[in-house]
Design a protein around this ligand. Sequence first.
Ligand code: ZN
Length: 610
Amino acid sequence: MLHSPARVVPAVVSAANLGVAPVSYRISSSDLGGHLFTVALTVVSPDPDGQSFALPAWIPGSYMIREFARHIVRLRAESGGKKISFKKTDKHTWQAAPCAGPLTVHYEVYAWDLSVRAAHLDRSHGFFNSSSVFLRVLGQEQQLHEVDIVRPGDAACAGWRVATALPERNAKRYGFGTYAASGYDELIDHPVEMGEFVLSTFTAHGVPHDIVISGRTPNLDLPRLAQDLKKICEAQIAFFEPRSKRAPMQRYVFMTFVVGNGYGGLEHRASTALICARSDLPVIGKAEMTDGYRTYLGLCSHEYFHTWNVKRIKPAAFAPYDLQNENYTSLLWLFEGFTSYYDDLFLLRSGVIDISAYLSLLGKTVNGVLRGSGRKKQSVAESSFDTWGKYYRQDENAPNAIVSYYTKGSLIALALDLTLRAETGGRSSLDSVMQVLWQRYGREFYSPAGGRGLGENEIEALIEEVSGCRMKRFFDRYVRGTEDLPLDSLLAQVGIAYSDTRKIAVPGLGVRLSNDHGESRVASVYEGGAGHRAGLSADDRLVALDGLRIPGSGPDGLLERYRPGDSVTLHVFRRDELLELRVRLRADDAPQVKLSLAEKPPAAANIFLR
Ligand code: ZN
């Protein structure tokens, strides 16, 4: 149904909701300074036994229980002008007393979370995910859901527009008015931005794509951004549908909130909400590819790839989502890891970066994975399953205890890609696997017939079927096991040299430091390093090394005068107590992997570009 080009209001009329009164919401604000959205929710035919309402405990794509209901204030219910009593049945759920209906629930939502996961409101803009502001009407999730987005009365909002991929029902594009979704699941998959944003539209294989930039960004080179994003989007659309080049959505919205310093994105079925640093965005008249701009394009590429991989090809555990509880899957190494592999790869394939820039990004990922000893203790399958309590709840011990299913998952994708290409003489690759996943699980996911999610144990067999290669050993070692990937030999086969240039003559403390207002603060202590052995702890503030002050930038300059094996006296503050530690310096064992083209003409470019 999502592929029908003639439909004006996509996906809102189905057999399930024809002829039934919609669930309707009205959202506005009369207190921008208090960061309060005002919501009225009307249910025409409430449950005769007492209608229940719940706010999701988490937002799909961000695997942590966030208990959005804690931001609801002043909830009341009425029917026909008469007050209806209600009770809370758990921390997310309210139940109204039985009434004939229509039943209207009024409440306010405190919106002051500057992230892509919840809601944010002040005089400069408003942003919300519906999972933070719209109560779910239990039992009526499949009805048509209408949202009336009303311009706040404050004079500051006179020039505001609305950006969302929610289909318009009685609103002009970018206008205030009524929008609609075919059910609660669709409703919460279309974030809404309102304000005086900058807007640009390009088409990718015929589908309109909006770029919406909120937050002050002087001299933004919007045409360059549109040009680069178009290349990335077209490459991805053609990747999944090489013949028809048909995108899975009818339009797409990249919405970015620009801040001084920030980074993040959340994927949705026809849009993404992003946060980036102002310095990441391109400036008119400056054509170079900065690290910041490459990072931003990589983020856009990542969230866009999710349009296929996780928003349509999904783990069975997410089909459907249980919005009140943790949804356990051991497959995030595929859904996040493979997406992380393809995000940078599509910068290369679309011509936005060249092969040496790509190899430099890949080298950074390898170093990041090799830095933490947690990779020896937790597999990516375990990391996926435990993300609710570990990856998303990282503390100072994270490098020693967990592995990232993003970064190691992306290296698994690389190793798998190179292995399949090598073992099949180039007939099969990870690309072939992704395309079959798309055809079997993704393409029809939102069609009227519906689709199913990928079972926990299906991917291994699917790869074997697509490639004809035996996969058990690979999965045992790298997915279910904790072995390091044999990237040096795999990359050598395609003409890429892998060298580790770690500085064994340079001593280090074996800690990760942060500059905290001019003080050098220990963020993490790496297991087995000099700092660990000497008793340094996270949050210690480094004061002096052999009597010389350690600056906020850290002790590297001082350490240059020593060699591994030397002993030094380190003064640190732990809380308000001064400690003196004797540290035996060890070689700085941070991995320094560098990847480079070993051959000319480079086979690697051909491998990665096909
Ligand atoms: Zn992701």
